[in-house]
Design a protein around this ligand. Structure first.
Ligand code: NAD
Length: 322
C-alpha cells in the first residue's frame, strides 16, 4: 500500500483536477455507477469532538473506501493544529486489500470548493458578474478561489457573522484581482448574482426576501443535522439541486424545508443529472437555483484517487509492505 502524507498534497493536486474529479463522480452517481454508504457521525464524549466516516464505491472510477475524521474544536488553541482532521483510506475494489492512506485535510477543502464550483458552472446565469459570500472562515477562501473560475465575476460582496474575519477574505479577493465590499445581507442579496453560504450556523442568516430572482445559491455549510444557513421558504421558492438527495433531506440545508413539508425529497434534483444532461438545470433567467452541497464520501475518494495516481507517478507516494 501507499501513504501520501498531508504535507505532500498541496503540490500534487490543483483546483482544476479537484473540479474534474468531483464533476465526474457526481455524474457517475446520477448514472447509478457510484453510491455513498450511510454517513456515521458521533459525538465521542472526548475533547468535544465529532468523529465519523463517509464512504462509498465508484464503479466507473474504481474508487472504494472511506474518509475518517471529524471536528476537534480545541485543536487550534490547545495544540496549534487545525480543528478539522481527516484521512482518506482507499481499498483495491478487486481484492479488498488496503491500497492507500491519503491526508484528507486540504483535500476536504478542495473537494468542497469544487462542488459549489460545479454547481455554478451548470446552474448560474451565464451573465453573472457579482459574487456574494456569506461566511469568511477557513473554507470560504477555497470557495471563493474555485467560484471565480466559472464566470467573469467583476466584484465580490461579503457578509460574515463575525465581521472581523472579512478583511482576510478581502485579501483573497484582491489576490484574485477582484474588488471586495463588506455589505449587509440586504445589500448582498440585492447585488449578487451568485451567493455561496459557508458558515457553521444553526439558524438562518440569509432570508428569502433578500434573494433576487435569477440568483444561484450554493449552500455549503450545512452538513449536519440541525445546522441551517438560509430561510426555509427560500427552498420552497427555488429549484433545489444537491450532491445526494438522501444526505440533502437528512443532514443538508433541505432537511428543514422537508421537515416543514414545504419541499419534498422527490423534488430535489441530483446535480449529476444536470451534468449528464438528463435534467435541463436552470430553465429561465428569473429562476432561483439552489445547490445543497452536503459533502459526500465519493468526493473524497475521487480527489484522493487523483492525488494517489500523481503521487505514484512522481515518486512521492511512500510504499509500505502491509
Ligand atoms: P470556520 O470555523 O473556519 O468558519 C465558520 C464560519 O461560520 C465563519 O464565517 C463564522 O463567522 C460563521 N459563523 C459562526 N457562527 C455563526 C452564526 N451563528 N451565524 C452565522 N455565521 C456563523 O469553519 P469552516 O471550516 O469555514 O466551515 C464552515 C462550515 O462548512 C462548517 O459548518 C463545516 O462543517 C462546513 N463544511 C461543509 C462541507 C461540505 O462538504 N458541505 C465541507 C467542509 C466543511
Amino acid at each position: 500500500m501507499y501513504i501520501v502524507p498531508e504535507a505532500a498534497i498541496a503540490d500534487l493536486i490543483t483546483p482544476e483536477a479537484s473540479f474534474d474529479a468531483v464533476e465526474a463522480v457526481f455524474a457517475a452517481m446520477a448514472r447509478g455507477d457510484a453510491y455513498n454508504f450511510p454517513v456515521i457521525r458521533e459525538a465521542i464524549g472526548h475533547e468535544d469532538a465529532l468523529y465519523g466516516f463517509k464512504g462509498g464505491f465508484d464503479q466507473s472510477g474504481m474508487a472504494l473506501g472511506l474518509k475518517a475524521g471529524g471536528y476537534w474544536p480545541h485543536n487550534l488553541e490547545r495544540r496549534g493544529i487545525i480543528n478539522h482532521q481527516s484521512t482518506v483510506f482507499l481499498f483495491d475494489p478487486d481484492t479488498g486489500r488496503m491500497a492507500a492512506m491519503v491526508g484528507g485535510n486540504l483535500l476536504t477543502a478542495l473537494r468542497t470548493a469544487a462542488a459549489s464550483s460545479v454547481s455554478i458552472k451548470h446552474l448560474a446565469r451565464k451573465d453573472a458578474t457579482v459574487l456574494g459570500m456569506v461566511g469568511a472562515g477557513h473554507q470560504s477562501h477555497f470557495q471563493l478561489r474555485a467560484a471565480v473560475r466559472q464566470r467573469k465575476f467583476e466584484k465580490v460582496v461579503g457578509w460574515n457573522y463575525h465581521p472581523d474575519m472579512l478583511p482576510k477574505l478581502a485579501e483573497t479577493a484582491a489576490d484574485l484581482g477582484l474588488p471586495f465590499e463588506a455589505v449587509s445581507l440586504d445589500e448582498l442579496g440585492a447585488q449578487a448574482d451568485v451567493i455561496i453560504t459557508i458558515t457553521s450556523a444553526f439558524s438562518p442568516s440569509l432570508m428569502t426576501a433578500q434573494v433576487r430572482p435569477g440568483t444561484h445559491l450554493a449552500c455549503m455549510g450545512t452538513d449536519t443535522k440541525g445546522k441551517q444557513e438560509v430561510e426555509t421558504s427560500l427552498l420552497a421558492s427555488a429549484t433545489v439541486f444537491t450532491d445526494e438527495v438522501a444526505q440533502s433531506v437528512s443532514i443538508g440545508e433541505a432537511q428543514h424545508a422537508v421537515a416543514d413539508g414545504v419541499l419534498k425529497g422527490a423534488d430535489i434534483v441530483q446535480i449529476g443529472e444536470v451534468i449528464n444532461r438528463t435534467h435541463p438545470g436552470r430553465r429561465s433567467a428569473d429562476e432561483i437555483t439552489l445547490f445543497d452541497g452536503t459533502g459526500v464520501g465519493l468526493q473524497d475518494l475521487a480527489v484522493a484517487s487523483a492525488v494517489l495516481d500523481i503521487a505514484i507517478e512522481r515518486g512521492v507516494a511512500i510504499e509500505v509492505d502491509f
